[in-house]
Design a protein around this ligand. Structure first.
Ligand SMILES: C[S@@+](CC[C@H](N)C(=O)[O-])C[C@H]1O[C@@H](n2cnc3c(N)ncnc32)[C@H](O)[C@@H]1O
Length: 378
């Protein structure tokens, strides 16, 4: 049998759709087809785009390291107001001239930085966007521990890594001290502004009387809601050491008497009653299904029938942000040791099992950051 006959025999038992994919993949694998597609005028642009996308996948981790080095060396801050010379930048970054040029040229190639005149560099489009979102730079620096945990992704997937840096960072434990939670609480608070803005734009809080934000961190979300809905009563619930931080932060913002911050463990302690709206912002995806169900169950018990649940977080299979949900959060949460990005359908199913009905997705401006599901307590 020739190779083609063998391949045809193998695919004859497949469905029509799978046979088409088998044919397509045979073509894409074939060096002869690749050479032809790269040469033929009609397929040439597609072939180039595909080759470039594949190369980006291979080299993506290096791009991320270039970004990481720029953030750590404060390159974007240094050129925020005006372009600067290589020797100037070399001095401020404490690098040799050659290393500075190498880093800046790498940064130019991924549009973080731009060449401006002889031996001068200014902000590129991505560098400028990053400067406008300081929480992203904090996340990039935080990735240092994720790089370590993903050194051997196969070992991580096989469960052969005893303790990861990321899981030690995210210690969700009733007995944690302020030192244990300060790192993640600060990181979450710094990125909450973007999420809160999108949620506030998508959902009318004014129709409610009292909001309880479970896993509310330092209170950045309730703080944003407080400004938008001046008549809403507000409470948050988080681990005791995190709730203590929230009390301090909220008092600093003049919200010490407006927001009640309750400390406890959502798995073992009762939640405060009286809210007609409970929110879970970037909380459920941190937990495996059994724990996620327990949290949703606690949210249900905190509400009376007819009360509203609002879940907001990045989700799996988000159109246009598939890689963010399934590759980034999928692997991040693996390194964290628990949780998964879920499809909206999967979350709806958990909500139903926890005693909610009438689940509906409310569109948000940047679904990559957070999608939103609203449900009614049965
Ligand atoms: C990923 S953070 C999200 C914080 C905040 N909602 C936000 O979006 O910025 C998850 C929060 O859940 C809290 N948390 C985790 N386990 C908890 C538990 N068992 N009981 C109460 N809170 C918990 C954490 O302390 C943390 O503040």
């Amino acid at each position: 049998m020739t190779n083609t006959e063998q391949a045809l025999a193998k695919t004859s038992s497949l469905s029509l759709g799978d046979r088409w994919f088998a044919f397509r993949n045979r073509m894409l694998r074939s060096p002869r087809f690749q050479r032809w597609a790269a040469a033929f005028w009609l397929t040439r642009p597609i072939a180039r785009r595909r080759a470039s996308a594949l190369f980006d996948l291979c080299a993506g981790f290096v791009y991320a390291q270039v970004l990481y080095a720029c953030v750590r060396l404060r390159v974007f801050d240094a050129i925020a107001d005006e372009p600067r010379s290589v020797s100037d930048l070399a001095h401020s970054m404490d690098l040799s001239l050659d290393a500075t040029r190498r880093l800046l040229d790498a940064a130019v190639s991924i549009r973080l930085v731009e060449r401006r005149g002889v031996d001068h560099y200014g902000l590129g489009v991505h560098g400028a966007s990053l400067l406008g979102n300081p929480s992203v730079a904090r996340m990039i620096e935080h990735h240092e521990m994720l790089y370590r945990d993903l050194t051997d992704p196969v070992a991580l997937l096989r469960g052969e890594v005893a303790e990861t840096a990321t899981s030690s960072f995210w210690r969700y434990d009733r007995d944690t001290s302020d030192d244990d939670v300060a790192g993640y609480s600060r990181l979450m608070a710094s990125s909450q502004e973007l999420i809160a803005a999108d949620i506030l734009e998508a959902y009318a809080f004014e129709g409610h009387r009292r909001l309880l934000d479970i896993g509310g961190g330092e209170g950045a979300f309730v703080g944003a809601v407080a400004r938008a809905a001046p008549d809403l009563e507000l409470a948050l619930f988080d681990l005791p050491s995190v709730a203590a931080r929230a009390r301090v932060r909220l008092a600093e913002r003049g919200l010490g008497t407006r927001v009640e911050a309750h400390g406890g463990d959502v798995f073992t302690d009762p939640l405060p009653h009286g809210a007609d709206l409970v929110s879970l912002v970037r909380v459920v995806h941190d937990h495996d299904d059994d724990d996620a169900l327990a949290i949703l169950g606690a949210a249900r018990r905190a509400l009376s029938a007819g009360g509203t649940l609002l879940v907001a977080e990045p989700m799996s299979s988000t159109p246009g942000a598939e890689a963010m949900g399934d590759a980034y959060f999928g692997m991040y949460l693996l390194a964290m040791g628990r949780g998964r990005p879920r499809t909206a359908r999967h979350l709806e199913d958990l909500c139903r099992r926890a005693g909610f009905r009438a689940m509906r997705e409310v569109p948000t401006r940047r679904p990559m950051l957070a999608r939103m599901l609203v449900a009614t307590a049965e």
